[in-house]
Design a protein around this ligand. Structure first.
Ligand code: TYD
Ligand code: MG
Length: 437
């Protein structure tokens, strides 16, 4: 087909040969029939054994995993090339092997010497860590059966191939088939497998998205290539909560955990600059303080420019319309640029009040106290609505030395309970503007 009937893109189809006899994985169909248990059980009688978790030695990673690597689980670590996936997993191997866990690091991308060079950068390795540079899955399985490691790292799934599939390594069918084989091996032998997957921008080469439904846990490693911090985000987790994040910093000796993420996000904040407001967002169960900056200036063009980095443009347009209509600010002829600093991407509605304050502060050119922060959702009538976990957000702000916090009116009681900060409840955006501008 020349044109894709779905996306109308031309010449995007890639030919792939489909086998006549579908491959059944490592077990033959006869084996499967024999192994299958056909008896069903009563739900109330099913016994659960606490799953066996291996601590990776990196608190940030353990939290995202839900407390450690589950025995016999399949974890996919996705991310852009060069973001630090290999480095992260090599450090996991370093920690695990230092605790006398047998780990096998399989690389299809780098030579042993290259891995050794990276390992030397990271630090000293002791304990039973094995290295294998191989891309043929049959040979890899043989080695795993022979060595019986507890944890296996596959770097990366796009380089692995199975001889029974005619397609090229990295193609959708190879990647899917290889993962299926690794999954059977993991579940069958109780080996925990960590798989690296590259996400490609074009999406023509099979990205790890094909695999998301097959594996137990999907983590994405993201961050600005030019900045040093990295965020590890749980997208799917059969053994824990998703939406937890871990924050790391890429240093000369590998990745370092950033334990105090809020402080890190706020470092270098300008004092007494207009258009800068701190707000609090929840990342999973963790409150995270971020700075929002807004620049509002007269437009030289008929249609003003509105731009955002790190937050939703439509949301900013909506909030500016609310300010225009409900608080009478004449911003229709103004350009507006809104930026969440630190490279974080924040979508939570609770940052609305922070955006509103930053825009008004930028528009009026009046700085707010640097010891103040604000959070709350803003509705279309200009009302400031309740947000979840208000008390935790206030506690985080107090910990970082903030003195005043602006919260939705309905959350005030909840926030005052455990806090000695000055807590200001507001009902509408008009309230906030009257009070601070
Ligand atoms: P890498 O783990 O190779 O990325 P991926 O496997 O996701 O493709 O990391 C690549 C970058 O990390 C590379 O640009 C060099 C940098 N780096 C450091 O800054 N410090 C270090 O200690 C290491 C090992 C890498
Ligand atoms: Mg790599």
């Amino acid at each position: 087909m020349g044109q894709c009937p779905g996306c109308k893109e031309w010449n995007s189809f890639v030919e792939e040969t489909v086998e006549k006899t579908p491959h059944m994985g490592v077990l033959g169909s006869a084996d499967r029939r024999r192994n299958r248990s056909t008896a069903c059980s009563l739900l109330s009688e099913v016994q659960i054994t606490a799953e066996n978790r291996l601590k990776t030695g990196m608190g940030e990673l353990d939290r995202v995993l839900g407390g450690g690597i589950v025995q016999g689980s399949l974890t996919l670590v996705g991310g852009d090339p060069g973001i630090g996936k290999s480095t992260l997993l090599l450090q996991v191997c370093q920690n695990l092997s230092a605790n006398a866990r047998k780990v096998l690091y399989i690389s299809g991308e780098e030579s042993q010497a290259q891995i050794k060079m990276r390992a030397d950068r990271i630090g000293s390795f002791s304990g039973p860590m094995l290295l294998l540079c191989e891309t043929n899955l049959d040979l890899i399985l043989e080695v795993i059966r022979e060595q019986k490691p507890e944890v296996v790292v596959i770097d990366s799934i796009q380089t692995m191939y199975n001889e029974n599939v005619a397609a090229a390594p990295g193609s959708v069918s190879q990647v899917r088939e290889s993962t299926g084989i690794l999954m059977q091996m993991a579940k069958g032998m109780g080996v925990s497998v960590l798989i690296v997957g590259h996400v490609t921008k074009e999406g023509t080469v099979a990205g790890p998205r094909v695999l998301e439904h097959m594996v137990d846990t999907v983590l994405y490693f993201e961050g600005d290539r030019h900045a040093s911090y990295r965020i590890l985000r749980g997208v799917k987790n059969r053994f824990g909560s998703t939406n937890e994040i871990g924050v790391f910093e890429m240093q000369e000796q590998g990745l370092a955990e950033v334990l105090n993420a809020s402080e890190y996000m706020l470092s270098g904040r300008p004092e007494n600059a207009s258009g800068s407001v701190v707000t609090c967002t929840m990342e999973g169960t963790r409150p995270l303080l971020v700075e929002i900056q807004a620049l509002v200036c007269h437009s030289n063009f008929g249609i003003p420019r509105r731009q955002t980095t790190g937050t939703d443009l439509n949301r900013v347009n909506l909030l500016m319309a609310v300010l225009e209509k409900r608080a009478g600010l004449q911003m229709a002829a103004c350009d507006a640029y809104v930026n969440v600093t630190g490279g974080m991407k924040v979508q939570e509605p609770a940052i609305d009040l922070g955006i509103v304050l930053a825009i008004v502060s930028g528009f009026r050119n009046k700085a707010l106290s640097p010891k103040m922060l604000a959070f709350g959702e803003v509705g279309l009538s200009g009302e400031v609505r309740a947000v979840s976990m208000a008390a935790q957000r206030v506690a985080e702000a107090e910990r970082l030395g903030f003195e005043t916090v602006i919260v939705p009116w309905v959350c005030v009681q909840d926030c005052r309970r455990n806090s000695s900060m000055e807590i200001i409840g507001v009902k509408t955006v008009q309230d906030v503007i009257d009070r601070f501008f």
